[in-house]
Ligand binder design. Sequence first.
Ligand SMILES: [Fe+2]
Ligand SMILES: [Fe+2]
Length: 299
Amino acid sequence: MKTICLQFPLETLDGRLLLPAGSSIHGSFLKGFLKNRRLPAVRQRLLFEHRRIESDLREFCAEKPYNAIFYSSAWTRGVFGILAGCRMRPAFFDFLDHFEKSDIYTYRHSLIVYALSVQIARVMDGPAGARRMSTVGPTHDFGKVCVPRSTLAKSTPLTAAERARLEHHTVAGFLLLAYYLGQGGGMAPVVARDHHERRDGSGYPARKKSFAREVEIVAIADVYDALISPRPYRRHCYDNRAALDELTAMGRSGKIRIGLVRALVALNRRSPANYLKCDLSLEKRGRPPAGNCHGILAS
Ligand SMILES: [Fe+2]
Ligand SMILES: [Fe+2]
């Protein structure tokens, strides 16, 4: 991996300093960082055994436009059947509990992006792909535990320093998940690090142009949910049509893989079996909302 200089301190869920700002992160550093980390022998627990996760997720999937995506009992049963069998380490639950209390948007977003990613993987790669996707867990934004609440909730343009702190959630999520999950973390840390990268190199933190299938799937689910959900930096949400137009434009400009857009549009049209034949409209039919300060820096 490319060397990364940590711009901000890395803190655990309970506020302990793990690494100071300025730490240089590279392959051999990581080996040393994780070498002495003894994971306590804890029992992994079923995702749906924890508090209200199953009922909350069912509620989120029943809201528009997700009710179209999880439209039939067979499709909903398929995804929930896979998620019901997922066992997770305590860090996943601690992360969800943290945001359920402090930022309900991130709690909901984490769960719905997870379920949607499994659904997209199922359309594209079948049940085996969906099961593989489910091992990533609902923690792509784990690193947001290191971002001040005032930045996450800010309704006006971010300053350059705030934007850097927000972007730090990718590297922070990678390191924290590697720390909490050890060698058994699978793709979860990688997805946390790379889900804002884009295929044309315009993303962050490393401007990579190629990344794992799981990362690409979470990335499109992440953008879609952010567009159609209420956000502090935008007075109104995108309507579903405008959100799909936006993702189609990202696909056509090479930021995300066009096949992923086809899968998401096909799910919206309730025809996922033929997603490769799904035509994408060239016409912009939705209306992006006014008053959106996402991506604008405060001068
Ligand atoms: Fe993110
Ligand atoms: Fe996200």
